[in-house]
Ligand binder design. Structure first.
Ligand code: B12
Ligand code: SF4
Length: 629
């Protein structure tokens, strides 16, 4: 089920709305000496192909963006902790500026939910009188905000609030809280007063709990779908987030200083950058168009050039990855960015000589832009990840075909850009086929390699939260509950595991993925890549082979056991959509925008429904009252 769309014409923030909010907060921030920690949840069991290097060596843009927004608004006592680098970090032991932080934020993808929950649980061990305000956000929370609240009275834990949106939502929440915060009051206490008064209901993009006397979430209030930032030039500069990274360590606590600028390149040599967001296609298994409210959002060429140049100057970063959904989506806007990057001069030389970058595009748009591909290369692009999915377009039609894909790959290779195909394996695709139509997975891997691919991504089609096909995958008996006694856990929903299939022998699908990778990444091909490389970039092909072989060992290590379980059978499928067990409603007591089918609504909106005016903070007893919330 996709996220609902806001009323037409009301999807985006007004021009300069984020700029205004940032300015207002800067004026308020001086009066509040806030400390905050932002953690990126990461489950190390997900370390395998196709992203075995990037997962550790590219610090995620989401937490950096949130950190940048905090710093930009004047909250400079902020630290970003990546579980990739700090797997023993314990929020219950964190101290920043010698004290327990005022705010603890967690960002998570769906596959890292177990770690997200563990982090929140650990933060909840802090005595309620000193507990930070706990805010959850990121791709998991955007689609399943209820999952950061406990439904079990015998096992209470949970975030105070889930943010289902971006920077603007978080900053709006902070603006409201700081406007009513009393001098000595903890921010969590301020939040509870604000929540109970109903003033948060005017901020679309939040989900908070109405609690009983024991502090248990009895119902969740969803303030609705966020308004999106249309002009991405209004975002705080990406250089800021890097200043806040916690140095890698094995400790549970935080270091006294953030990672120095001189060491950033060592740990995060690839800089992921938001350039554009959104996509014009409508693939039924993809949540991206609906999340973006069918809008296409962009940064200007000048802004992108300025960010890349400054990241190079300050941290020595030269390799970038655009966090785009489909960078070639809009011809005019793409050309604006490419022209600017190709012609910008910095420090007396062309920027394009100092930067190398890649991003995601489609076959269709690559061919549309065929005459501009030399410009793309001139602008520093050296690799493009292309959603080929299935070359024969049996799974999905988005303008690709065997000939078109081959043509697009040849063109890219000709102009010195590495085509990096992303394939989707599905129930009806065999491993290998004979005959004129290259329907089999290996047939396609072979064609793609011949056409110039130096890397390969093969994922099993898996229900994605927020996509059109999501709910149906559960009600139709496609999604597995458990296999041979082992439950499907969140870390396994990364499309590397076969966890949703109607195939009679699903283990074959699991082995097919391994076989395709083994076909593509192997010692023989490594040797060939040394003497007859596919890439014009020196050693790029051979090095990718080495990474691929290493990644494949990890893929086999993690998924072989699952394949064997699939062979044993005893597959139990899910019967219902994984919806919130806690009743959810919108601010008027009607069905919530983020609720999935099956979410209880009965009685929702009755509890504490009558907002109390913003109660004045109880002076001395304010902290004590917290224990009862
Ligand atoms: C770049 C990228 C990657 C990179 C890098 C990830 C990284 N470490 O940076 C790589 C290639 C490694 C990658 C891998 C995968 N990815 Co990926 N990736 C992306 C992509 C294209 C951009 C991410 C990004 O940087 N966005 C820009 C930032 C600014 O946006 P953001 O992270 O969403 O953060 C914003 C908000 O969410 C919010 N926010 C975020 N955190 C928090 C926290 C708080 C407290 C608050 C208030 C707000 C907040 O504010 C932020 C600023 O606007 C997104 C799609 C997209 N356009 O977002 C998919 C995406 C994140 N990936 C996705 C997936 C599924 C994967 C893989 C599982 C794919 C696979 N099968 O292998 C793997 C996982 C690997 C792993 N072990 O973690 C999904 C996640 C779906 C979900 N619901 O969790 C996404 C959303 C794509 C999709 N299908 O919609 N990915
Ligand atoms: S082309 Fe890619 S980003 Fe666009 S809808 Fe399809 S899968 Fe999603």
């Amino acid at each position: 089920m996709e996220l609902p769309r806001r009323a037409r014409g009301d999807e985006l923030l007004r021009t300069n709305e984020l700029l205004g909010l940032r300015q207002r907060l800067r004026n308020i921030a001086r009066r509040h000496d806030l400390t905050s920690v932002i953690a990126y949840a990461f489950d190390h069991r997900t370390r395998m192909l196709p992203f075995i290097h990037a997962d550790m060596r590219m610090s995620p843009a989401g937490v950096r963006a949130i950190g940048a927004a905090m710093l930009d608004c004047g909250f400079n006592k902020t630290r970003i902790v990546l579980q990739q680098w700090n797997r023993h970090f314990r929020p219950s032991q964190m101290r920043l500026d010698g004290r327990i932080p005022d705010i603890f934020m967690v960002s998570s993808m769906q596959i890292h939910s177990a770690q997200c929950e563990a982090l929140i649980r650990d933060a909840c061990r802090i005595d309620p009188a000193h507990r930070p305000l706990i805010i959850a956000g990121g791709p998991k929370t955007i689609y399943e905000p209820w999952d950061v609240f406990s439904a079990d009275p015998l096992d209470p834990w949970g975030a105070d609030v889930a943010v289902t949106g971006e920077e603007y939502v978080l900053l709006s929440l902070l603006e409201i809280l700081l406007a009513i915060r009393a001098n000595d009051e903890s921010l969590r206490m301020t939040f509870i007063r604000a929540r109970n008064s109903g003033i948060l209901d005017n901020v679309p993009g939040l989900v908070y709990a109405r609690t009983n006397r024991e502090g248990m979430a009895e119902e969740l209030v969803d303030t609705g779908i966020q308004r999106l930032l249309g002009d991405l030039d209004e975002l705080p500069h990406s250089v800021l987030g890097y200043q806040l990274l916690e140095p890698p360590s094995r400790k549970a606590t935080l270091a006294s200083q953030a990672l120095p600028a001189s060491r950033i390149r060592k740990y995060s040599p690839i800089g992921s950058l938001v350039l554009t967001l959104g996509c014009k296609f409508s693939c039924p298994y993809c949540p991206i168009p609906a999340y973006n409210q069918r809008q296409y959002r962009v940064k200007s060429g000048q802004r992108i050039a300025a960010e890349m140049a400054q990241l190079g100057r300050e941290y020595g970063l030269h390799y970038f990855f655009g966090a785009d959904d489909n960078f070639f989506n809009d011809e005019q806007r793409t050309l604006d960015i490419l022209e600017t990057l190709a012609h910008t001069e910095i420090d007396g030389g062309p920027l394009r000589k100092r930067i190398r970058w890649g991003t995601e595009v489609t076959v269709h748009d690559t061919l549309q832009l065929r005459e501009h591909l030399p410009l793309a290369r001139q602008a520093g692009i050296r690799a493009l990840w292309i959603g080929v999915e299935d070359m024969t377009a049996t799974l999905i039609k988005k303008g690709q075909s065997v000939n078109k894909t081959t043509e697009a790959f040849h063109l890219l290779q000709k102009y010195g850009i590495n085509p990096m195909p992303m394939m989707m394996h599905h129930d009806t695709q065999p491993l290998i086929t004979r005959g004129p139509i290259p329907y089999g997975l290996l047939n396609q891997a072979r064609l793609l390699r011949k056409a110039g691919a130096i890397s390969l991504q093969v994922l099993m089609i898996t229900p994605a939260t927020g996509s059109k096909l999501y709910a149906d995958a559960f009600t139709s008996g496609l999604a597995y509950e458990s296999v041979a006694g082992k439950r499907v856990e969140p870390y396994m929903i990364d499309a590397n595991y076969v966890v949703a299939s109607k195939h009679k022998q699903p283990w074959k699908k699991q082995f097919n993925i391994m076989a395709a990778y083994l076909y593509f990444y192997n010692p023989l091909r490594f040797l060939l890549a040394l003497v007859r490389p596919k890439s014009k970039l020196y050693l790029a092909d051979a090095l990718t082979q080495l990474f691929g072989m290493w990644g494949l060992t990890q893929t086999i290590r993690w998924t072989l056991g699952w394949a064997l379980r699939l062979m044993r059978g005893n597959i139990r499928t899910k019967t219902a959509v994984p919806a919130s067990p806690i009743p959810m409603c919108n601010v008027d007591g009607a069905a919530a925008d983020h609720a999935l089918p099956g979410t209880p609504l009965a009685g929702c909106g009755q509890l504490n429904a009558k907002p109390s005016p913003v109660a004045a903070p109880a002076d001395g007893s304010a902290q004590n009252r917290l224990t009862a919330q």
